[in-house]
Design a protein around this ligand. Structure first.
Ligand code: SF4
Ligand code: SF4
Ligand code: SF4
Length: 723
C-alpha cells in the first residue's frame, strides 16, 4: 500500500514556472559588461549531482552561465529532465564551438539554448566579448540548433555602445533561427577598471527597443525587458509597448524607504511598481507625467450598494493616455506607451491589495461566465458546485443573450450571498473554493495592453468590491460550448441522447447569428475564452471566431480548447496559428485503435488522433500562444487496464496528461460501483503505475496522485456509489 507520505513525495511539491541552476565551470570569454568573466561563481558538478542537492523544481530550468555547452553537463540535464522539468536550456555564448557536446546534451534531454549575443556585427561583437566572440561560431551554433530542433532564446546584454544596435541584432538573430524562443534585453553597463559599472542614459535605446519589439511581434516571439535592470518608463518610455514586455511588473516595487534614483520618484504614480534602483541609470532627471488620481476603494469591509452602481470609470479614462480602445478594430494601431502600462499596473496593484484585504470567498460570480450546460444555462462556475436551487434560478442564453443570462436571478443571488459572507446559501459546502481551491477564474492581475481591457478589469473588480449584483462590467473569462454536435459517441457521454430528447434544436447544433455577434462584441474584454462542447472545432462559426480572436488584434486575450482531436488537421491548425491558444486538452481515453473504437465509436480514430497530436506538437512552438498539449483519459471500467500504456504513449508524444475518474455510471462504465473493480484499479495503480512514478514529470505525478487519492479514499470508506 502506498501511503500518504509516498504520495506527497511522488508529487514532489509544486514546480515553479521557471528557475535556474547556477553552474560554475568558468568562462573562456572576456565580456566587458560581465562581472564574472573567466571565473564564474556557481556550483561544482559534483555538488549539483549529489543526492542531497536540491535541484530546482520548475517547468523550465536554465543552466547558467559561461562555458556550459560541454559534455560533463549532460548528467545535470538528464537529472533535471528525469525529475520533471519539461524544458531545459543551457547557456551558450558566441565562442561556443563544441557541437558534439551540444549533441550529447541534446541526447540527455536538452530542449534549448540561451544564446548570449551582445551584437550581431563582427567588430562590435569582438569588442564586447574581449575579442573572443565570433559571428561564424554563432551562425554555426544556431544552424546546429535548428537541425536538432532546439529552441534558441536570445539574451542580449545592452550597454551604451550597443544600445543603437538592438534592432539589428534582433533582426539578424530572427533571420537565421528556426525556433526562436524569446528575446530578452538585459540592460547592463560596461566596467571601468577603477569606477566599476559606468551608468548610461538608457533613453538612447528607446527607438531601437521599439523597432525590436515590432520585429519580434512579426515573428510571434516574446520580447522581454529583463528585470531588475529594465529601465523604468521615465527614462525609456517605449512606444507601442505591451504588458508582456515587462514580466514581473506586478511584483515590482521597492521596499518602503528604499532609496530611489531620482528626486522625481517621490511624486511618481508608477512608484508602486517601479523597481529601479539606479545602478546603471544615468542621464538627466526624468520628466514625469501627472500622477494618477486613483481614489482608494471603500475603507469598510461591508459590501457596498448592491444595486449595480456603475463605478466612476471616467476617473480612469481621464488619467489614461490616448490609447483607449486600440487593438480592437484597428489591428495595426500601435499600443500604449510603457508608462501607461506601468501606471495601469500600479492601479491594479492597489485594487489587488484591497481585494486581498476583503477576503472575498470566491471571485467567480463576478469574473466568469460559464455556459457549458447543454441547455445553455449560464452559471458562475462548472463542476456542479452551485446548489441546485441556485442553478434553477440561472437562465439560458437561448432565451436572450449571454449578458442577460449573466445577470440572471441565480447569478445575482450568488453574488449577493458571496459578498455578504453567506456563500453557503447558494454554493455547496464541497466546493473547492471553501477547501483552499482557486477562488478566481483569472489568476493574473497583470496590466493589459489595451485600454478597453483595462477599463473592464477596473470596473469588474470595483463592482466585486462594491458587492454589486447586476454587473455593468463584462465577464473577464468565458467558458462556452459553441455546439453540441460531436464526431464521436463516447460511452461516458450522453450528449447525443440529450440532443435527441431536445429535438435537435438548431441553436444547440450551431451558434445562432445573435450569439456569434454577441461573442464578437465581448472579445475585447475577454481575457480567457475556454471552449468545450460537443466538439468545438466542428463549429465553423467558432473556427471563424477564433481566427478573428488573433493575438495581433487582441493582445490580452487567450484561449483553451477541449477537443476530441479528430479535426486537428494541418489546415485548421494553420487557421488558428495566430490565436493565442494557451492549452489544447485532447481526449483520447485509450492506448490503441480497438479500445478507442470501443470507447468512442470511431474506427481508426486512435491512429488519426495520435497523428494529429504529433502534428500539433510539431506546430505548437510556431503558434502564437505556444499552446501546451494535455491528453486526457477518462478512467472507466472498460479502459483502466490501458492506463499504463496511455502514460507511455503520452510520454512518447511529450504531452501533459489529465486523468479523470469517470462520473456517473453510463453504460455500466463506472469503476466505483463494486468493490472488485475498484480494487482492481487500485491494484493496477499500486502495482504498475506508482512504483515507476519517479520517472514521470510532475504533472503526471500530480494527476496520478489525485486519481489514486480518490480511489483509495472510496475503497477505505467502502463507498460503492457512482462518482
Ligand atoms: S560569455 Fe557570459 S559568463 Fe562569459 S564572460 Fe561573457 S557574459 Fe560573462
Ligand atoms: S519611481 Fe517613477 S520616476 Fe522613479 S525611477 Fe521609477 S518610474 Fe522613474
Ligand atoms: S463558491 Fe464555489 S459554487 Fe460558489 S460561485 Fe464560487 S466556485 Fe461556484
Amino acid at each position: 500500500m502506498v501511503g500518504t507520505d509516498d504520495r506527497i513525495a511522488a508529487i514532489g511539491g509544486m514546480p515553479s514556472e521557471e528557475d535556474i541552476v547556477l553552474f560554475g565551470p568558468g568562462c573562456q570569454m572576456g565580456c566587458t559588461f560581465c562581472p564574472h568573466s573567466g571565473g564564474r561563481a556557481g556550483h561544482r558538478m559534483e555538488t549539483v549531482l549529489a543526492p542531497d542537492f536540491r535541484l530546482p523544481l520548475a517547468h523550465r530550468v536554465t543552466i547558467l552561465a559561461g562555458d556550459v555547452v560541454r559534455k560533463e553537463v549532460a548528467p545535470l540535464v538528464s537529472a533535471l529532465r528525469s525529475q520533471g522539468s519539461v524544458e531545459v536550456f543551457a547557456y551558450a555564448h558566441p565562442g561556443t564551438w563544441d557541437l558534439d557536446a551540444l549533441d550529447e546534451l541534446t541526447s540527455a534531454g536538452l530542449t534549448g539554448i540561451q544564446l548570449m549575443l551582445p551584437a550581431a556585427r563582427k567588430a562590435e561583437l569582438a569588442a564586447l566579448t574581449g575579442g573572443k566572440g565570433s559571428l561564424g561560431l554563432v551562425a554555426r551554433l544556431i544552424d546546429h540548433a535548428n537541425r536538432r530542433g532546439l529552441r534558441v532564446a536570445a539574451e542580449i546584454p545592452v550597454v551604451e555602445s550597443s544600445a543603437t544596435l538592438i534592432d539589428d541584432t534582433v533582426q539578424r538573430f530572427l533571420k537565421i533561427t528556426a525556433l526562436p524562443d524569446r528575446v530578452a534585453l538585459r540592460f547592463v553597463a560596461e566596467f571601468h577598471p577603477v569606477r566599476g559599472p559606468v551608468p548610461w542614459d538608457h533613453s538612447i535605446a528607446t527607438p531601437h527597443v521599439a523597432a525590436a519589439s515590432a520585429l519580434c511581434r512579426g515573428r510571434q516571439v516574446p520580447l522581454i525587458l529583463a528585470h531588475p535592470e529594465a529601465p523604468p518608463p521615465c527614462v525609456m518610455d517605449v512606444p507601442d509597448a505591451s504588458a508582456a514586455m515587462y514580466p514581473g511588473l506586478s511584483m515590482y516595487g521597492l521596499p518602503r524607504g528604499a532609496p530611489r534614483p531620482f528626486a522625481a520618484c517621490g511624486s511618481c504614480a508608477a512608484a508602486a511598481v517601479c523597481h529601479a534602483e539606479g545602478r546603471f541609470l544615468g542621464g538627466a532627471e526624468p520628466v514625469l507625467t501627472a500622477p494618477l488620481a486613483l481614489t482608494g476603494t471603500a475603507g469598510s469591509d461591508a459590501p457596498g450598494p448592491v444595486a449595480g452602481i456603475r463605478p466612476e470609470r471616467s476617473r480612469y479614462m481621464a488619467s489614461e493616455g490616448t490609447d483607449r480602445r486600440k487593438g480592437l478594430d484597428q489591428p495595426d494601431t500601435p499600443g500604449p506607451n510603457a508608462s501607461t502600462i506601468w501606471r495601469r499596473q500600479a492601479d491594479l496593484n492597489l485594487l489587488r491589495v484591497e481585494l486581498e484585504r476583503r477576503r472575498i470567498a470566491c471571485r467567480y460570480p463576478w469574473e466568469q461566465l460559464e455556459a457549458h450546460d447543454i441547455r445553455g444555462v449560464v452559471t458562475p462556475c462548472a463542476g456542479g458546485w452551485p446548489l441546485e436551487s441556485t442553478v434553477n434560478d440561472c437562465v439560458s442564453w437561448h432565451g436572450g443573450s449571454l449578458l442577460t443570462a449573466w445577470n440572471s436571478p441565480g447569478m445575482q443571488n450568488t453574488r449577493r450571498a458571496v459578498a455578504a459572507g453567506r456563500a453557503h446559501d447558494t454554493c455547496k459546502r464541497d466546493c473547492p473554493a471553501f477547501h483552499g481551491g482557486p477562488m478566481g477564474a483569472v489568476p493574473s492581475m497583470s496590466a493589459p495592453t489595451t485600454g478597453v481591457m483595462f477599463d473592464n478589469i477596473i470596473d469588474n473588480v470595483r463592482e466585486m468590491l462594491d458587492g454589486a449584483t447586476v454587473l455593468q462590467s463584462r465577464p473577464q473569462s468565458i467558458s462556452f460550448s459553441p455546439t453540441m454536435r460531436c464526431t464521436n459517441r463516447c460511452r461516458m457521454c450522453d450528449i447525443h441522447e440529450v440532443m435527441e430528447a431536445m429535438g435537435r434544436p438548431a441553436e444547440i447544433r450551431e451558434m445562432p447569428d445573435s450569439l456569434f455577434d454577441e461573442l464578437l462584441e465581448l472579445l475585447p474584454t475577454t481575457r480567457m475564452l475556454a471552449l468545450t462542447g460537443g466538439e468545438p472545432l466542428v463549429s465553423k462559426r467558432m473556427r471563424d471566431l477564433l481566427k478573428r480572436f488573433s493575438a495581433d488584434r487582441f493582445p490580452d486575450g487567450a484561449v483553451t480548447i477541449t477537443t476530441n482531436g479528430q479535426l486537428l488537421r494541418e489546415t485548421i491548425l494553420r487557421d488558428l496559428s495566430r490565436t493565442r491558444i494557451r492549452q489544447f486538452y485532447v481526449s483520447l481515453n485509450a492506448a490503441d485503435d480497438a479500445m478507442y473504437e470501443y470507447v468512442s465509436g470511431i474506427p481508426g480514430g486512435f491512429t488519426r488522433v495520435k497523428n494529429h497530436l504529433s502534428l500539433l506538437m510539431d506546430m505548437a512552438p510556431r503558434m502564437a500562444g505556444r499552446p501546451g498539449v494535455i491528453v486526457s483519459f477518462v478512467v472507466m471500467r472498460s479502459n483502466f487496464t490501458q492506463l499504463p500504456a496511455f502514460l507511455d504513449l503520452a510520454l512518447g508524444l511529450k504531452t501533459g496528461i489529465r486523468l479523470l475518474p469517470i462520473e456517473r455510471d453510463r453504460m455500466g462504465e463506472s469503476i466505483f460501483t463494486d468493490e472488485p473493480t475498484l480494487a482492481a484499479v487500485h491494484a493496477m495503480l499500486t502495482g504498475t503505475v506508482m512504483p515507476s512514478i519517479e520517472r514521470l514529470p510532475w504533472g503526471y505525478r500530480a494527476e496520478i496522485a489525485r486519481l489514486f487519492s480518490i480511489i483509495d479514499g472510496r475503497l477505505s470508506r467502502r463507498d460503492f456509489s457512482p462518482l
